[in-house]
Design a protein around this ligand. Structure first.
Ligand code: ADP
Ligand code: MG
Length: 605
């Protein structure tokens, strides 16, 4: 480990300033990050009373040399960077050298630490910044840090804390995320004397996702890796069937930091959009490694936000790779006929408290994958001031996906499908090898019409249909504004309309998708939606909305389909990029496997 030094004033002035310790979570975060930086392969986090009363973090990392322990508690004392330029090449989680001093200032602190080559360790106690004792003690290699009674001498600040249960909740979320991400570190998490989470440290993130989120999500995770333009991503994206109703399950790690970020949220949601109903959000975890020269970690004292130099490129990188992952996966909804008892994801066994174990050989537990930028050894941080390497590849996205099991829904497979017949006037049954598909003709029809419209629009070949006699609509002031504002968009979508007299507009032509039904109502409700929801000039949104509405109108007539028409419809569906969901996100098809039916008939058990 590099010696702990005080940063010079020039460097200190460049570091994002602000309160580091705001709540118990801040303490846990700083201590866990220090343990990770110290190369620990096992750590235990224990809290009581929401972390307000008690926090303990024990690691088996490098430890702090006895003669450096006091230095570690000085403000701006760090072993991780030395000068201002290092801020642009930070490869450790910490770099501000402020955490220990800030924690010691606001609670009662005790640290026991020992390095591998020392014979004895050191125990140091500080109360609200005042030294209590410093002594030599026997101790295992690594560091134990205890923080008691947060804000004990500043009751006013204590009042701003939430209930212990709420504070514990924040900590739990953070620990869970870190445990999932740092899958090569064994985590043990104890809340009020009860063990809440134990991970093995065997490098398997999916196993940790299972432990935290349960079987349904773990079973539906799709994985991919991508790189380009100085960025690398490991994607764990759940199939849209396990969509959630909040953004809580959009998890982002950038260079080892668990962060919240609008760009990343949007890029993810954009990729999932065709598969999800409105107000549904994906479960997805993105582990990004970005060249330190391309981002600024130093924008927020608690490092929960970052600034990306290439925000637009990052957006496209994530969006295109998640989209490709979803597109290349068969997303037919499985109809559950049986309790899938034998298909259990086997929960991994628990491990003993980490520091009770012998410290493991670091080579054995280190994850080989290079997504962790900082080398978790005790060597000094590598100073790298050269400009980030930019990939020469003209096609940076896409190439990285090694494709999965072949999809059955594709035009080439058409001859292998047998159309069996229709039930309930709505569902068509098809057989494909050992699967039985049921296709909802309405959802499928909607989808096909929608795609046709979008395609026509893209190719600028929207067909207008003259309405005879022309339609007269009466609009209010706001609707009139909307018409004016989106005039060009309406024209490009195939509408011909102009002011008639007074509050009346005349519609002479509509996009052909509208067919015969209810053009007036559709147009008016489109106007209303535009003025309510969309504060955007983006024509594609209007187009999508219009496409959805027009195709809805087209299939409203509950048209009976002949087998020939169904066959046609299915052929067209096979050729779509996303044949699995209608424009509103409902499934167009579900499948049953032969095996499931056999089980249902108890032919097999
Ligand atoms: P920073 O992490 O930004 O360097 P901190 O105040 O968190 O600042 O820690 C100060 C220094 O104390 C670190 O740079 C590191 O050298 C040492 N340190 C802190 N926690 C640990 C730990 N758990 N194991 C080993 N060294 C530690
Ligand atoms: Mg730190």
């Amino acid at each position: 480990m590099e010696p702990i030094r005080l940063l010079d004033e020039a460097t200190v002035n460049k570091i994002a300033a602000g309160e580091v310790i705001e709540r118990p979570l801040s303490i846990v975060k700083e201590l866990v990050e220090n343990a990770v930086d110290a190369g620990a392969s096992a750590l235990t986090i224990e809290i009581r009373g929401g972390g307000i009363d008690f926090v303990r973090v024990t690691d088996n990392g490098a430890g702090i040399a006895g003669d450096q322990v006091k230095d570690a508690f000085l403000s701006h004392a760090t072993s991780k960077i030395r000068k201002a330029e290092d801020l642009f090449a930070v490869r450790s989680l910490g770099f501000r050298g402020e955490a220990l001093s800030s924690i010691a200032a606001v609670c009662q602190v005790e640290i026991v630490t020992k390095t591998g080559d020392a014979l004895t360790g050191v125990r140091y106690r500080i109360d609200g910044g005042a030294e209590l004792s410093f002594e030599e003690v026997g101790a295992p290699d690594g560091t134990t840090f205890i923080a008691r009674n947060l804000f004990f001498h500043t009751p006013a600040r204590r009042k701003f804390l939430k209930t212990p249960a709420t504070e514990a909740g924040y900590i739990t979320e953070f620990v869970q995320m870190m445990a999932i991400h740092y899958s090569d570190i064994s985590f043990k998490y104890i809340v009020n004397n009860q063990t809440r989470l134990v991970t093995t440290g065997n490098g398997d993130r999916k196993e940790n996702i299972y432990k935290v989120y349960g079987r349904e999500i773990a079973e539906n995770i799709l994985e991919a890796e991508a790189d380009g333009l100085g960025m690398r991503a490991r994607i764990y994206a759940a199939k849209p069937v396990v969509a959630r109703s909040s953004r809580e399950y959009e998890i982002f790690f950038v260079n080892g930091h668990y962060i919240k970020d609008r760009i990343l949220e949007k890029s993810l949601e954009e990729a999932y959009k065709p598969y999800l109903m409105q107000h549904r959000f994906p479960f997805a975890m993105l582990v990004l490694t970005i060249d330190p020269g391309l981002l600024d970690v130093n924008v927020h004292p608690r490092k929960t936000e970052m600034k990306f130099v290439e925000g637009a490129a990052l957006f496209e990188f994530v969006r295109s790779n998640v989209e490709a992952l979803l597109k290349n996966t068969e997303l037919i909804n499985r109809a559950e006929l049986t309790e899938r008892a034998e298909e259990h994801y086997v929960p991994p066994r628990d491990t003993p408290e980490p520091f009770e174990e012998k410290r493991r050989e670091s080579s054995e537990v280190r994850e080989e994958s290079s997504e962790t930028l900082f080398e978790k050894q005790t060597a000094p941080p590598v100073l790298n001031l050269s400009p980030p390497e930019v990939s020469e590849d003209p096609e940076p996205y896409g190439k990285q996906l090694d494709l999965f099991a072949e999809k059955i829904i594709q035009p080439a497979n058409k001859p292998c499908f047998r159309l069996v017949g229709q039930v309930f006037g709505t569902y068509w049954i098809l057989e494909y090898q050992n699967r039985m598909l049921m296709v909802d003709q309405h959802a499928a029809h909607e989808k096909v019409l929608y795609e046709r419209f979008v395609k026509q629009y893209r190719e600028k070949s929207v067909v207008s249909q003259y309405v005879n006699p022309p339609l007269i609509i009466t609009v209010n002031g706001r609707q009139e504004q909307t018409i004016t504002r989106y005039a060009e968009a309406f024209a490009s979508l195939g509408f011909e309309l102009e002011h008639f007299e007074g509050n009346d507009y005349i519609i002479r032509a509509v996009p052909s998708g509208f067919m015969q039904l209810e053009q007036k109502e559709i147009f008016l409700s489109l106007l209303d939606e535009l003025e309510e929801g969309m504060k955007t000039e983006d024509v594609s949104l209007i187009r999508d909305r219009l496409a959805q509405m027009s195709c809805k109108a087209a299939v409203k007539g509950n048209t009976p389909l002949s087998a020939l028409e169904a066959d046609h419809l299915f052929s067209e569906l096979l050729g779509l990029e996303n044949p699995y969901n209608c424009p509103h996100g409902r499934p167009t098809m579900i499948e049953f496997t032969e095996r499931e039916l056999e089980k249902k008939f108890k032919r097999i058990v």
